[in-house]
Design a protein. Structure first.
Length: 143
């Protein structure tokens, strides 16, 4: 799960890399070195310089923290990634960048993505089906 505010689940006292490594350690995934390497690879996949992993979340921009939060969620190789308003509060170029990364990662990781948003335009770019809550609209999207 990735929420709207990355500061909710990125511990302000830990480095970003440690926050990404933490779920892998909790699930017993890999050695310490493998977890660190995976964290760096996930940061790169999200368009972040792995050197930023040594900083704490408060030292990064909101967009960088959101990408780090997505990398953290991906660290345990989920079958389903739930993104709840992950683009809210980000400028349009950054929204487009994160959408591109999510689309790429969805294919690379062969994972389902539940994308929750009030923005139909962004949702239609990443989702094959849209369910409009509060209405009865289900829009299949062309492949």
């Amino acid at each position: 799960m990735v929420w709207q505010d990355p500061f909710v689940y990125l511990n302000p006292f830990l480095s970003v890399r440690t926050s990404i490594v933490e779920p892998m350690a909790a699930f017993g995934i890999g050695t310490a070195r493998e977890r660190r390497d995976r964290a760096d690879a996930l940061m790169q996949a999200m368009g972040l310089d792995p050197d930023l992993g040594r900083y704490r979340p408060g030292m990064l921009s909101g967009g960088q923290c959101q990408r780090a939060a997505i990398a953290r969620a991906l660290s345990v190789s989920p079958e389903l990634l739930i993104c709840d308003e992950v683009l809210c509060g980000l400028d349009l170029p950054l929204q487009a960048d994160i959408m591109a990364h999510l689309t790429s990662i969805q294919k690379d990781f062969n994972m389902a993505l539940l994308f929750i948003s009030h923005d139909r335009d962004s949702t239609s770019r990443v989702c094959s089906r849209i369910i409009h809550l509060g209405g009865k609209t289900i829009l299949p999207q062309p492949d």
